[in-house]
Design a protein around this ligand. Structure first.
Ligand code: SF4
Length: 83
């Protein structure tokens, strides 16, 4: 299957990370750090359309909410890998 999105990510400890520093998640959700830290893993890309925007003033104040550690992987966010 052709990869439709091109998200480059250097976080190789994430379950969705792939060779060439390419994210292999079908969808991701980026939020402000404060929102990401306050929400459970279940809140992720599948709910993105229904959530309010979470402003940030710099890249240091944002995070990938879809990150899941390779070590502690649990399938709770509803996100799937490309392959
Ligand atoms: S889900 Fe987020 S942290 Fe994980 S590989 Fe994709 S962009 Fe990187």
């Amino acid at each position: 299957m052709e990869q439709k999105q091109h998200i480059h990510c250097l976080v190789d400890t994430c379950h969705y990370w792939g060779e060439g520093n390419r994210c292999q998640a079908r969808e991701i959700m980026v939020t402000s750090d404060s929102f990401g830290a306050s929400q459970p893993d279940e809140v992720d890309a599948r709910q993105a359309k229904t959530l309010d925007p979470t402003p940030a003033d710099s890249c240091m104040e944002t995070c990938c909410k879809t990150f899941v550690s390779k070590k502690g992987y649990t399938k709770v966010d509803g996100v799937r890998r490309m392959s």
